[in-house]
Structures are given as structure tokens and as C-alpha cells.
Design a protein around this ligand. Structure first.
Ligand code: ARG
Length: 263
């Protein structure tokens, strides 16, 4: 029953709970990947990557002209058909839908399981920063987080492994997991290009269409949603691009421009 209303909430977006008495609203809060609804003002660096009009990945603002996302969000897409939606809590409306100039996936990205799952997107024109549009900090090169530190991941992605997506921006707080523990869980693949976060018991995770979105600690983007095994599956974790490991690469790409990198 409540699941049914949860689905309705997704279909009708954030407008739906407005019909309900205030006291009832929390019951309809979709929590299937363990998240909660948040407002863009809490994470003003969060953007939607939109292709042919539909959000399919997340991203984060790292300067007034550059958005960072996952490389696996970029194959096959063209600059002309891709837009970035900034400054909104909603998946398909609000804020501004802006054109881009250049998509630059990591040169050594082949498949996300092999790492280098990072891409930069240059905006057509500089962003105007407001309380809903702000850059996020980048970590120092190879800065590493201790296991147990709580990070926040945000997105409009699936509320369960099989969907649907969320019209309202969602956030979930997940602890950083020791890389060796994560490697053991997947029995392979996890390397220094990646960081893991989540609970052994499962229940809270990023999911499809959250890809490219930010995993943040102290206003610093430590991870990019990259891959996992289903979503929120017990004994597995969410795997994120280890942004600190790519700080040099990011710097290098921004250097040849007059564009400012915010750290
Ligand atoms: N690759 C997925 C995407 O394209 C994101 C997967 C994240 N999965 C997870 N369990 N954390 O949207």
C-alpha cells in the first residue's frame, strides 16, 4: 500500500504530497534505497546530465565552466544533444537547462570496471552562481578518507534496483568502506581508481541514473557514482571513482584554459 503511494509520488513528482495533510507527508517519503528527499540548496553543486531531453546521469559543478561526471555516462552522446540542468531539485524541470561546448572522458577509460570512470564537460557559457548553483571543492591529490567516514551521495536515480527514477532529488548517507574489504566483497576489480561506500547489510546506496553524481564529504567531492552489484545489495558496496586519485588529471585538463578551478 505505502509502496504503491511511493510509486505515485515518483510518477507525480514532488507536487503530489502537497495534496495531503502535512502530518501524512513523511509516510510517502520514498526510502527504497534508503534515501531521503532533499532540496538543491543543500547540494547546489548537483546537476543533471540530460540527453535528448531526459536526465540519465548526475554530475557536479567544479568550476564556473566545468561539470564533472562519470566517463561511462558519455559514450555515444554528442555535445549538440547533451545539456546540463542546474539549480533544481527536480529531475525534469526547474532551474536552467544549459548547452555545453565539450565532453572530455578520460583518455584511458574503456569500461567502468577497469577504472578511469571520470569525464569533464565544458559549459557553453560560464555559470552564474546563486544559492542553487555553486561549485564543490575538489580533494587534494591522493587525499584518502578513513573507513567509516560518512559521505553523502545525491541523485535522481532509481529508488530500487529496477527503478523507477525519482522526480525529487534524493540523498543518502553512506560510510566509506576499506578498499580491501570492498575488493574482497567483489573478489576483483576494485583498485586505487575507486573508493567504496555503503553498509554490509545493504539498504542504502546509489543506483542506476545516479551515475556521474557526487559522493561528498565536507563540501568536497570525493567520489563519482560509478558501479555496483544491483543497488543496496547486502554484502556489496557502491563503487565510486576516487576523485583524489584524478586530481592531477583534472588540473591538467583545466590548466590550458583561463578557467578557474575551485578548490
Ligand atoms: N552504473 C550506474 C549508472 O549508470 C550506477 C551504478 C551505481 N550502483 C550502485 N549500486 N551504487 O547509473
Amino acid at each position: 500500500m505505502w509502496t504503491f503511494f511511493g510509486v505515485l509520488l515518483v510518477v507525480f513528482g514532488a507536487g503530489f504530497p502537497a495534496f495531503l495533510p502535512t502530518g501524512l507527508r513523511p509516510i510517502f517519503d520514498p526510502r527504497i534505497v534508503g534515501g531521503k528527499q532533499i532540496n538543491i540548496t543543500e547540494v547546489p553543486y548537483m546537476v543533471a546530465v540530460v540527453y535528448y531531453g531526459a536526465q540519465y546521469c548526475g554530475g557536479s559543478i567544479i568550476s564556473d565552466v566545468v561539470v564533472m561526471t562519470a566517463a561511462h555516462c558519455t559514450p555515444g552522446i554528442t555535445e549538440r544533444r547533451t545539456k546540463i540542468r542546474v539549480g533544481t531539485s527536480y529531475r525534469s524541470g526547474g532551474g536552467e537547462l544549459l548547452p555545453i561546448k565539450k565532453i572530455l572522458p578520460h583518455e584511458n577509460y574503456e569500461h567502468y570496471l577497469e577504472g578511469n570512470d571520470i569525464a569533464l564537460i565544458w559549459m557553453e557559457s560560464p555559470l552564474v552562481f546563486t544559492d542553487t548553483v555553486q561549485p564543490v571543492n575538489l580533494p587534494a591529490l591522493d587525499f584518502s578518507l578513513d573507513a567509516g567516514v560518512v559521505a553523502r551521495v545525491t541523485g535522481w536515480g532509481y529508488l530500487t534496483t529496477n527503478g523507477p527514477s525519482s522526480e525529487q532529488l534524493m540523498a543518502v548517507d553512506v560510510p566509506i568502506v576499506d578498499r580491501d574489504v570492498c575488493y574482497e566483497a567483489f573478489r576483483a576489480w576494485v583498485n586505487m581508481d575507486m573508493i567504496c561506500a555503503g553498509f554490509t547489510a545493504g539498504g542504502k546506496d546509489a543506483c542506476q541514473m545516479d551515475s556521474g553524481g557526487p559522493l561528498v564529504v565536507n563540501d568536497t567531492v570525493m567520489g563519482i557514482v560509478s558501479w555496483g552489484n544491483g543497488c543496496a545489495t547486502p554484502n556489496y558496496y557502491g563503487v565510486y571513482t576516487n576523485v583524489a586519485h584524478f586530481r592531477d588529471w583534472i588540473e591538467d585538463k583545466l590548466e590550458n584554459s583561463t578557467w578557474i578551478i575551485h578548490n
